[in-house]
Design a protein around this ligand. Structure first.
Ligand SMILES: Cc1cc2nc3c(=O)[nH]c(=O)nc-3n(C[C@H](O)[C@H](O)[C@H](O)COP(=O)(O)OP(=O)(O)OC[C@H]3O[C@@H](n4cnc5c(N)ncnc54)[C@H](O)[C@@H]3O)c2cc1C
Length: 330
């Protein structure tokens, strides 16, 4: 019994250390991945949490030919993958997960994601600006009453019930697969005639006995008085249908900075963009922001990557308590 207790104690200590990082980067697009290249190369223990390769602006882009050094054309997902592999080659760790909350007042800072809580001396926010802008009829009124943006947070409430997932990217497909653990049936409604996700995910959802995919189908309304009871949808060129569901998980993209997980711990501009100093540091010391989250007037992958380089050098300075930045020229 004593041994068992000791083992449990040691293994939980091990788990805690395993989740401790010098820097946690939220978002693995060009901004986050290039930050990781530099922080990992500076020997900082680096974790990148990203909710899906095709959930970001670069990830959804079909052709890129203007990224310096990569004549292309390559798909945005291929370009991000190259950046991630480069960061991994220096020791950065990438996980597919969605960050749902942060505690920036604690020291170290806490990053809450679906698979666990991670501790970090410094945090870099690189979640881009593909946040949802509009809302369909019923979405706002039924938020938290069957409408959700997070299957990992809310999926268990829908055990043995029918639900709809609305979206076509990696994130939507990952969440649909996650929901099959609980739901009786998952309708996957893609607004486009084909899914815009990686092949292995598209294959997995297509093969899953609990998932029915409805391609080229637009969400018109989330229906319900006090709780969701159905979704009203319109297939391209077809008649409207009403699908009886109790949950509607919406993963449609827009053009708003993604900051919901910050829970108002940082000041933003009137447009919701994060504000940083010349070293990409926000109002909270040790918390940095890069890329499209800043709403720089030119939104390009090379600019997001450059932000990442500046933040990484400042993170290194912050973690080591240095006064001056130190650059590795090798
Ligand atoms: C259609 C289109 C075409 C474009 N074409 C070009 C082009 O040809 N050349 C060019 O240079 N630029 C192009 N751009 C712009 C370029 O893609 C962006 O400027 C760049 O991707 C911004 O990088 P980012 O890392 O800040 O954000 P993103 O690329 O959007 O990456 C953000 C990442 O954060 C992740 N994320 C978001 N929220 C969370 C969360 N809560 N938890 C975990 N992860 C999260 C997402 O999964 C995503 O991978 C294009 C953009 C679009 C939309």
């Amino acid at each position: 019994m004593l041994d068992l207790g000791l083992d449990l104690g040691l293994s939980s200590l091990g788990a805690a250390a395993e989740n401790d990082y010098d820097v946690v980067i939220i978002g693995g697009g060009p901004a986050g991945a290039s930050t990781a290249i530099y922080t990992a190369r500076a020997d900082l223990r680096t974790l990148v949490i990203d909710k899906g390769l095709t959930a970001g602006a670069l990830g959804i882009t079909t052709k890129i030919s203007n990224y310096p050094g990569v004549p292309g054309p390559v798909s945005g997902a291929e370009l991000v993958e190259i950046m991630r592999q480069q960061a991994e080659s220096f020791g950065a760790k990438f996980i597919t997960d969605k960050v749902v909350g942060l505690d920036l007042s604690s020291e170290p800072k806490m990053v809450m994601a679906g698979t666990g809580t991670f501790m970090a001396k410094a945090v870099v926010l690189a979640t881009g600006s593909m946040g949802r802008t509009g809302s369909v009829k019923g979405e706002e009124a039924l938020l938290g009453r069957g409408v959700s943006y997070c299957a990992t947070c809310d999926g268990a409430f829908f055990r043995d019930q029918d639900v709809a997932v609305i979206g076509n990217n990696d994130e939507a497909l990952e969440e649909a697969l996650f929901l099959t653990k609980f739901a009786a049936k998952v309708y996957l409604l893609s607004p486009t005639p084909e899914l815009k996700a990686r092949d292995f995910l598209a294959h997995e959802v297509a093969e899953h006995p609990k998932i029915e995919i409805l391609l080229g189908t637009r969400l018109k309304e989330i229906v319900g008085e006090t709780l969701v009871t159905a979704v009203r949808v319109q297939p391209r060129g077809g008649a409207e249908q009403t699908l009886p569901v109790t949950g509607a998980f919406v993963y449609l993209q827009g053009g708003k900075p993604i900051t919901d997980y910050l829970m108002e711990q940082l000041p933003t501009s009137a447009e919701g963009c994060l504000v940083v100093d010349a070293e990409m540091q926000t109002a909270v010391p040790g918390v940095f922001a890069v890329g499209d989250l800043l709403c720089t007037h030119i939104k390009q992958a090379a600019i997001a990557a450059a932000d990442g380089v500046m933040a990484a050098v400042a993170v290194d300075k912050y973690v080591h308590g240095r006064q001056k930045v130190q650059i590795d020229w090798n």
